[in-house]
Write a protein that binds this ligand. Structure first.
Ligand SMILES: OC[C@@H]1[C@@H](O)[C@H](O)[C@@H](O)c2nc(CNc3ccccc3)cn21
Length: 441
């Protein structure tokens, strides 16, 4: 019997996901002020196609049509992020009611369609005014975030099924401040580790504020986790893989789930670049969470000697290896090494160079295969006893893919940016059929 949702627990949650800056557009509407990504897009050379988020998928004006699409596919959950620059446009102080109103309507629209709202409070669009004051390098920003989080949750309440504080602290800290590919585009390891610590602190501060609201919503965080595989069994490769796992995964998992930074990586970094951890910070950061969101896309194949993957390896349009087994391995490892709350795969998906064919359809067979294989891997993890409770496909729509602009398409729905026409791709039609439970005769 081909893989179907009936192989999964009957209450397994199936959803799709987006993020505010990537889909909303309306960058200068209803009181929104610039984020660090608006600034980053305006810096020549930062975005491969020179684009920005001014219009994106125009979701700010087309959200009802987009929610209808989610409903038409039979998905029961939608993960989306709130734009801080719409809610408190200068980062601290005055609340922009029009911004809150938009998400209020969105949440009610989801509920009216029988779709669970799942909110990410921060998916990278920091108000520029806070960056002007040091951004996440400044410990004060953690407190500003907690205030912002409380404003959102006070308005949306427990209509929202879950609140995640952050999407991918690794991206916000390392990718954005050490590697420099994302906003604000710094290349400074000390800065990046200070950012990471302030995100961990902010997560804890916000959790305390949200808990105080006595919501029934689940509270958690979303981490991008990449299992590291040594290219060979030699010591150099195994050591390199352990280092990659420590820097990419454990530096973020351990403060949240164990209340400490991993000792091996703390020593590896050295005193020059280590963050200033104040008493109580890690106790705040490691407060119990109701769920951990895991964003999985691929594995890291780690070679100290420059060994590469073999001929015939499959890659997505991002150049990421297609490696579904890595999802099961990752989840089983998490279950072995950590005291876990409920797990959700909060992002999994693939970019392919999709085109609308002459028949008006998008025949994205590779994406369907990618999803099928990762669903199977998720099922393997469930059957291995991992407390995996749901899966969100990244992404509902083709959208602004950060430094790649609109050149990479992750959607299960195609967007023609010239006309804003949505076209449901074959992968979405497959997903709809996968989700359909046959009605008893
Ligand atoms: O790149 C696809 C998505 C992106 O559109 C989402 O906004 C973001 O949450 C997201 N995270 C990853 C995995 N982490 C990552 C690794 C390297 C570069 C960028 C993201 C992939 N994606």
């Amino acid at each position: 019997m081909p893989l179907s949702r009936q192989h999964f627990p009957s209450n397994f949650l199936w959803g799709t996901a987006t993020a505010s800056f990537q889909i909303e557009g309306a960058a200068h509407e209803d009181g929104r002020l610039p984020s660090i990504w608006d600034t980053f897009c305006a810096e020549p050379g930062r975005i491969s196609d020179g684009s920005n988020g001014d219009v994106a998928c125009d979701h700010y004006h087309r959200w009802e049509q987009d929610l209808d699409l989610i409903q038409s596919l039979g998905l029961s959950a939608y993960r989306f992020s709130i734009a801080w620059p719409r809610i408190i446009p200068t980062g601290t102080g005055a609340i922009n009611e029009a911004g809150l109103d938009f998400y209020d309507r969105l949440v009610d629209g989801l509920i009216a369609r029988g779709i669970q709202p799942h909110v990410t409070l921060y998916h990278w669009d920091l108000p520029q005014t806070l960056q002007d004051r040091g951004g996440w390098e400044n410990r004060d920003t953690a407190y500003a975030f907690a205030d912002y989080a409380a404003v959102v949750a006070a308005r949306l309440g427990d209509r929202v099924k879950s609140y995640a504080t952050f999407n991918e602290p690794w991206c916000v800290s390392i990718l954005s401040n050490e590697i420099g590919h994302h906003a604000p585009g710094k290349q400074d390891r000390k800065a990046a580790l200070a950012v990471a610590h302030h995100l961990h602190l902010a997560h804890g501060l916000a959790l305390s504020r949200l808990r105080a609201l006595n919501l029934t919503s689940q509270l958690g965080i979303v981490l991008n986790l990449t299992p590291a595989y040594p290219a060979t069994d030699n010591e150099a490769d195994r050591t390199a893989a352990t280092l990659a796992d420590g820097k990419g995964n454990r530096w973020f998992l351990d403060p949240i789930l164990k209340g400490q930074y991993p000792h091996d990586i703390w020593e590896h970094y050295g005193a020059e670049v280590l963050p200033n951890v104040l008493p109580g910070d890690l106790e705040l950061a490691s407060q119990p969470i109701d769920f951990l969101g895991v964003n999985y896309y691929s594995r890291a194949f780690v070679s100290a000697g420059g060994k590469t993957l073999p001929e015939g390896t499959e890659y997505t349009d991002m150049g990421w290896e297609v490696y579904p087994e890595g999802l099961r391995d990752l989840l089983v490892r998490l279950h072995r090494d950590y005291q876990l709350p409920d797990l959700y795969i909060t992002e999994n998906g693939a970019a392919y160079p999709d085109v609308v064919s002459e028949d008006g359809q998008v025949h994205d067979g590779e994406r369907t295969q990618y999803l099928q294989r990762h669903f199977q891997s998720a099922l393997d993890a469930v059957q291995a006893g991992v407390p995996l409770k749901g899966y969100f496909v990244w992404s509902l729509l083709d959208n602004f893919e950060w430094a790649f602009g609109y050149s990479k398409r992750f959607g299960i729905v195609h967007v023609d940016y010239a006309t804003q026409k949505r076209t449901v791709k074959d992968s979405a039609l497959w997903l709809r059929d996968f989700l359909r439970v046959p009605t008893p005769a």
